[in-house]
Design a protein around this ligand. Structure first.
Ligand code: COA
Length: 158
């Protein structure tokens, strides 16, 4: 019988980390022994919140939610490479709708080319309207976004 720890990667810009992301982390944390929440670089996006500040706020959020098998990392290279280097065999992605699925399937295939040991697994998002930029935009117009993001993330939004 195999006795290795089942590790999974959940990567994103998390700019900011939302309740939608938290839902996915909660589900993944039940299924896997260890989750790496990786703040990664999306080359098409310019970060608005400092990655280290966001990492600390996500850690606080994990504590508040009693999730003790997830750790937050920051990585600038390919996520599939990070997984290979850290013996992570599963890449978690959230699906909000069919367009997410079409997009994710392409990325999953590319990631499998980079790291053939990496399997992408999907979790169904509970809320299909949240996105990080939507939260930022509402916030920039002084709207209350507390229903979309955890309190520790709200404290660092700027
Ligand atoms: N709930 C709420 N929002 C969600 C969500 C969920 N369950 N799942 C995704 N979203 C939102 C995200 O917040 C993001 O919103 P935004 O576009 O307003 O910022 C949007 O949906 C897209 O999410 P995602 O596709 O995960 O993009 P991302 O920018 O957050 O993350 C990386 C993309 C960082 C994972 C990707 O660019 C990456 O892996 N970069 C490293 C380099 C690499 O390995 N590239 C892949 C191979 S080429």
């Amino acid at each position: 019988m195999k006795n290795s720890i089942k590790k999974a990667m959940y990567a994103g810009s998390f700019d900011p980390f939302t309740n939608g992301h938290l839902d996915i982390v909660k589900e993944a944390a039940e299924l896997f022994d260890q989750i790496f929440i990786c703040i990664a670089k999306n080359p098409n996006k310019q970060r608005k919140t400092d990655a280290l500040v966001m990492a600390n706020a996500i850690e606080q959020t994990l504590k508040e939610n009693n999730i003790d098998n997830a750790i937050v990392v920051i990585h600038v290279g390919l996520v599939a490479d990070f997984c290979a280097q850290n013996n992570i065999k599963y890449l978690v992605r959230g699906l909000r709708n069919t367009s997410d699925y079409m997009y994710e399937e392409n990325i999953a295939k590319i990631n499998a080319e980079v790291n053939p040991n990496l399997k992408t697994v999907y979790f169904r998002a509970k809320n299909d309207i949240i996105s990080s930029s939507m939260v930022r935009e509402l916030y920039s117009f002084d709207r209350d976004v507390s229903q979309y993001i955890p309190p520790d993330i709200a404290r660092i939004l700027s």
